[in-house]
Design a protein around this ligand. Structure first.
Ligand SMILES: C/C(=C\Cc1cc(O)c2ccccc2c1O)CCC[C@H](C)CCC[C@H](C)CCCC(C)C
Ligand SMILES: C[S@@+](CC[C@H](N)C(=O)[O-])C[C@H]1O[C@@H](n2cnc3c(N)ncnc32)[C@H](O)[C@@H]1O
Length: 233
């Protein structure tokens, strides 16, 4: 959840967009691709289904989804950062993927019709929303009855736990100093700030049930550094 005095999020992701994918690969040694692949395996997108990717960024997950859904399926990638969406369109063109469409819009304020999708995903978006509960509500609203949804993000564990100490140290001693060499100290310092108020997996499950999901489970990835909230409408 966004700290009160943080950078405006839309501008932040416009700023980081040119190096976003490169730094994600660098900082995670490419492992974020595996985390996303495992996330999608748990959600089991099926050939011919129609899915939405909220806070799609540069579209890597949208395109992975499109490949799993096949040419008769569809993906709608939504993001309010024009720079991120522009890069997503380029990525889809380069990958010759025609079954993804893109919408530059606020996931918390859009005119998308309810009960439109078989599945909805949100990767590394929930923590950046001004109102995470509203984000989960919109995920639930967009799903057909019985549809599946998933949220992939950092796992926020108890202060002082080994994984929390490791996460802070990794961000402070590796991620932020390296990002600073590219003039992105403030943008990547935001990461740790945003984690402070981010709901734990257990709270995310409670939040999901409170906005109307029927089932919610939470699974840890990458040695409890990341977490996947798996939902059914
Ligand atoms: C894809 C990843 C992060 C996306 C992301 C999310 C944000 O909220 C940001 C906010 C501001 C700037 C950038 C981002 C952003 O890129 C996850 C991979 C990148 C992470 C920075 C790597 C962090 C790794 C774990 C803390 C530790 C993993 C240890 C493992 C042994 C590699
Ligand atoms: C960390 S990136 C995640 C991108 C992509 N899902 C991934 O896994 O790399 C977060 C994205 O959420 C978008 N975002 C944040 N709040 C949003 C909102 N209210 N509406 C639409 N997009 C939003 C940002 O523009 C940014 O592209």
């Amino acid at each position: 959840m966004r700290p009160k005095d943080s950078l405006p999020i839309k501008e932040l992701f416009d700023t980081v967009s040119p190096t976003y994918d490169f730094l994600n690969d660098l900082f995670s040694f490419g492992l974020h691709r595996l985390w996303k692949r495992q996330f999608l395996r748990w959600l089991n997108p099926t050939y011919g289904e129609n899915w939405a990717d909220l806070c799609c960024g540069t579209g890597d997950l949208s395109i992975s989804l499109a490949k799993l859904l096949g040419p008769n399926g569809s993906v709608l990638g939504i993001d309010f950062s024009s720079s991120q969406i522009a890069l997503a369109k380029k990525r889809a063109f380069k990958a010759s993927i025609q079954s993804v469409s893109w919408l530059e819009a606020d996931v918390l304020d859009n005119q998308l019709q309810s009960s439109s999708f078989d599945g909805v995903v949100m990767a590394y978006g929930l923590r950046n929303l001004s109102d995470p509960a509203s984000g989960l509500h919109h995920m639930q609203r967009l799903l057909k009855p019985g549809g599946r949804a998933g949220v992939l993000d950092f796992n926020h564990t108890r202060e002082g736990s080994l994984s929390s100490v490791f996460q802070k140290c990794y961000l402070r001693k590796f991620v932020v100093p390296l990002a600073s060499t590219m003039g992105l100290r403030e943008e990547y310092s935001y990461l740790e700030e945003s984690l402070k108020s981010f709901p734990t997996g257990s709270l995310q499950k409670d939040m999901a049930i409170s906005v109307g999901f029927k089932k919610a489970s939470y699974r840890l990835i990458a040695g409890a550094q990341m977490g996947a909230l798996l939902l059914q409408a």
